[in-house]
Structures are given as C-alpha cells and as structure tokens.
Design a protein around this ligand. Structure first.
Ligand code: ADP
Ligand code: MG
Length: 320
C-alpha cells in the first residue's frame, strides 16, 4: 500500500513541460530555478475552495485544468511568459483516481503552455487548491493596470458572459450545451494574446470577476473613466439570446483579457495575430466614471459589481 507521500510523488514528480531552467524540481526542500538576468519574475497565486469556487464532486480533470488556468490568465494579463507553477493541495483523502484525474487536467494545460510543476505542499483537510504561477517579462515591459490614458480604446478578447450563463443554467438544473460548459469548467487562458499585446496595450487585466469590476480596477489604478458601448460587446449567440446585460458586464469566470490601446496603435494591433478575436468596446475618458451606454443611448446602471468574497452577495461560484 503506497503511503500518502509515495502517492503525491507518483502524481506530482513529473508534471508539465520539461524545462532547462529547472535545475531542481519536485523532491527536495526547495526547487532551484534559473532566471535570465534581463527579465523580471511575475508571480501570482490563486486559491480555489470547494463549495465556494467549485462543487466538491466536480470532475477532477476540469478542476486541475481550471486551477492552473486562472493563474496563467493572470500572467497573460501582465504580458508574461509562463515558466513554472507550485501547487498547495489540501485533500480530505488521498484518492488515487481523483489525483490522477486532477493531474491529467493540470498536466495537459501545463504541457501545452510550457509550464513545469516544480513543487508544492500536500495536507489533509477540506478540499482547497492553491496554485502559484511564475512567469517572466523583459525588464520594465510588464503591462500593468495603471497605464490607461484618456482617448485610449477599451478592448476585450473573445466573448463575454459565457461562463456566467453556463453557471446560471447549471444552478437552474437546465441542460448545458457542451461548448458553454467548457467556457465555465475549462477556461483557456489568453497567454498568446497577452504576449502579443505586451508592447501595444497601455493597461491590461484579465476578466475574472466581471467586466465592470475588472475594468473598474484599471480605471481606478489609472485615474481615468470610460464609456462603454454595449452594442459593441462581443457576445456569443447564447449570451445574446439571454438578453441580460448583467451576464457580459457583471458575471465572472470568463478569463478574457480587457486592455486599453492608444488609438495610433490600432493598425499595429490589426496586423498582429492574437490567436483569438478582439473587439473595441469603448473609450477611456477624463471623468472618473464608468458609463455603459445602452443601444438607445441611455446609460445602464448596475445593481452590483463583480463578485466580492466579503461583500453581501450570497452563494454561487465566482472568479478567484
Ligand atoms: P517539506 O516537508 O520539506 O516541505 P514535503 O514533504 O512537503 O517537503 O514535500 C516533498 C517534496 O514534494 C517537495 O519538493 C515539495 O515541493 C513536493 N510536493 C509536495 N506536495 C506537492 C504537490 N502537491 N505538488 C507538487 N509538489 C509537491
Ligand atoms: Mg511541505
């Protein structure tokens, strides 16, 4: 009978891409990693808690994918290249088939994105997953939240509101088209787009808590406002059919990128492949407000922003 430690080593010792900059990976007290002298390290950690971010009996393969994807989305939002990950797992029991499924999802995404799992920690307790991701950017080149200027275009990748619609249908017990379910359970971090935008975007963030909330962070950090044209929002047919602006504006978990673009860089952006669609949805303004303009010209008022773990909202999943 394998010990818990054997089990962990079996599953986590060889996960993700092989990288020459990993001098020592899983197995010692620390990992030893080599960084290029002319680059900066970008680090981010996210925690997924059973019952808060996912239902405890969800597919472990999806969970492994998503636990890494949300971190890679943060790296994408800085224009960072993913390198390494560490994984802190709290498990109610060491269930080999659950661990195998989790590692299949985590490992496939890690390999696809060139990421190596280099260490972690494993404890017993209520199911909780923390993934720290490490990426690199050329010195001084990271795209921060604070760079938006009046007159810049506000743009987003992909489509908005799909994960929110999937969650709503799932909670209502309605059948979920597979493509929509994947938007919620297996988000694809926009790593390639983030890298391609690094020298073009003036500010960038990933949309994990909803466009209004996340764009709001960019506006606050940059000391500007924005006017968004709701008719320009990129919506999938399913979200368009739902006819509820709260889906693309306030629901979380989409993991698209929202970025601002100086207008004179529009041509350069249109010549650069991002690997996904992108859409200009509005403009940065001098006023501190975020105004969402309805197709009839009136302004849309939100009753709530994005998900706030310590706010008054009840229930449901959320972006970390
Ligand atoms: P220590 O007691 O020194 O922290 P551990 O027994 O916790 O060592 O871990 C032994 C090795 O296994 C370390 O290299 C650690 O990084 C790795 N490890 C433990 N749990 C995980 C995990 N969930 N994912 C990846 N590596 C892990
Ligand atoms: Mg430890």
């Amino acid at each position: 009978m394998a010990s818990e430690f054997d089990l962990i080593r079996t599953h986590f010792a060889d996960l993700g891409a092989h990288r020459g900059d990993v001098l020592l990976g899983v197995g010692d007290d620390c990992a030893l990693l080599r960084m290029d002298a002319d680059r900066e390290l970008a680090v981010s950690i996210d925690t997924l808690v059973a019952g808060v971010h996912f239902v405890p009996d969800c597919d472990p393969c999806d969970l492994g994918h998503k636990a890494l994807a949300v971190g890679l989305s943060d790296l994408a939002a800085m224009g960072a290249e993913p390198l390494w990950a560490t994984l802190a797992l709290t498990l109610p029991a060491a269930d080999p088939s659950w661990l195998a499924g989790f590692c299949r999802g985590f490992g496939a995404l890690a390999t696809a994105q060139g990421v190596r799992l280099v260490g972690g920690d494993t404890t017993r307790g209520p199911l909780t997953i923390s993934v720290q991701v490490h990426g690199s950017v050329p010195t001084g080149a990271a795209v921060q939240r604070k760079g938006a200027r009046s007159g810049d275009l506000v743009c987003v990748t992909g489509t908005l509101g799909d994960a929110g619609l999937a969650l709503r249908l799932a909670l209502d017990g309605e059948s979920l088209p597979e493509a929509l379910r994947l938007r919620l359970d297996r988000p694809e971090p926009r790593v390639g787009a983030g890298l391609a935008l690094r020298d073009l975007a003036s500010a960038m963030i990933d949309v994990s808590d909803g466009l209004v909330a996340d764009l709001g962070h960019v506006l606050a950090a940059s000391g500007v406002g924005a006017e968004i044209d709701l008719a320009a929002l990129p919506l999938s047919p399913a979200v368009a059919q739902a006819r509820d602006w709260a889906l693309p504006l306030c629901s979380g978990d989409d993991y698209e990128l929202c970025f601002t673009l100086p207008p004179d860089r529009q041509g350069a952006l249109s010549r650069r492949p991002l690997g996904c669609r992108w859409t200009a949805i509005g403009r940065i303004t001098d006023s501190p407000d975020l105004i969402c303009r309805l197709p009839d010209g009136a302004s849309w008022r939100s009753e709530h922003g994005g998900y706030d773990h310590f706010g008054n909202q009840t229930g449901g999943e959320s972006g970390p």
